[in-house]
Design a protein around this ligand. Structure first.
Ligand code: FAD
Length: 247
């Protein structure tokens, strides 16, 4: 049984009709950037819990999470209604292996996320470790519309802090916006347009790729990467690809 502690909502930021972020004050145990906690609410007498990646980095307070309100989703549609001062359950301990401790040494790190799947990347990017370990870091945020492209100010702040080292590329599937790629991430890996856009090549000997979010994107990207010789990263057989599926 997880050990639940009570947190207090500090802020609920409604970005769009289906995207929001919660800032939560809670005395959780220290976690590693990239990990997730479980959040829960008591709904009709039952504790409804789901895992959520930390968007905030371990030294940040309040804690921050980034949500999509899933169609008919039980918990996300209850979380979106929370206001400052409301209470929420959160697990004291965090979990997960989508962390840099699991990533072997490579020159460059590619972080490819769909929707709210960028959350663990921001948690990791706001720590020192990736900047000590990798030359260049590519962050990809794939969304449907420009309005869904959130946390751009965090990207700009990181780019200012680490000039030339953070390469950002947005994918927008439903709109044509200059500077963004209209299409899917796996297709852009396959035809080379992602590498062309960020002006950096993927290489089996130099790149590690972290994938997070929509399981279709993850599966198709892994397939395309495997066809180019990249291998999945496993504890016994270190490789190029580390993935986290949100459902
Ligand atoms: C390790 C891990 C970390 C996660 N971190 C996050 C996070 O940081 N932010 C977040 O919004 N979700 C995250 N999720 C998904 C989250 O746990 C829930 O599945 C989601 O909030 C839906 O719960 P629900 O009760 O509202 O919907 P449910 O009734 O449980 O419906 C689930 C359905 O919603 C859809 N769905 C679930 N998550 C998403 C999503 N993020 N974007 C689009 N569609 C989705 C899928 O079709 C899924 O089958 C994570 C999942 C895992 C396994």
């Amino acid at each position: 049984m997880p050990r639940w502690i009570q947190g207090t909502v500090v802020d609920n930021i409604h970005w769009t009709e289906s995207l929001f972020s919660l800032k939560i004050d809670a005395d959780v145990d220290s976690f590693t950037a990239g990990q997730f906690a479980s959040l829960a609410l008591d709904i009709d007498g039952e504790r409804v819990a789901r895992p959520y990646s930390y968007l905030s980095s371990p030294d940040q307070n309040p804690l921050e999470f980034f949500f999509y309100t899933a169609t008919d989703g039980v918990l996300s549609n209850a979380l979106v209604k929370l206001n400052a001062g409301d209470t929420i359950w959160i697990t004291q301990k965090s979990n997960g292996y989508f962390i840099l401790d699991e990533v072997p040494a490579f020159d460059d790190l590619w972080m490819l996320g769909t929707g709210t799947g960028v959350a663990p990347f921001f948690s990791i990017l706001n720590t020192d470790e990736p900047w000590q370990r990798f030359n260049r870091i590519v962050l990809v945020h794939a969304v449907r519309s420009l309005a869904d492209l959130r946390y751009q100010e965090m990207v700009s702040a990181l780019q200012q802090k680490y000039p030339e080292r953070l390469l950002f590329q947005a994918f927008i599937t439903r709109e044509e916006i200059p500077g963004t790629i209209k299409g899917r991430v796996p297709a852009a890996i396959k035809d080379g347009s992602l590498e062309q856009a960020v002006n950096l090549e993927l290489g089996v000997d130099k790149s590690h790729i972290m994938l997070c979010g929509n399981p279709d994107m993850v599966k198709d990207a892994v397939e395309v990467l495997k066809a180019r010789g990249f291998s999945k990263n496993r504890r016994r057989t270190p490789g190029n690809i580390t993935a986290e599926n949100y459902w």
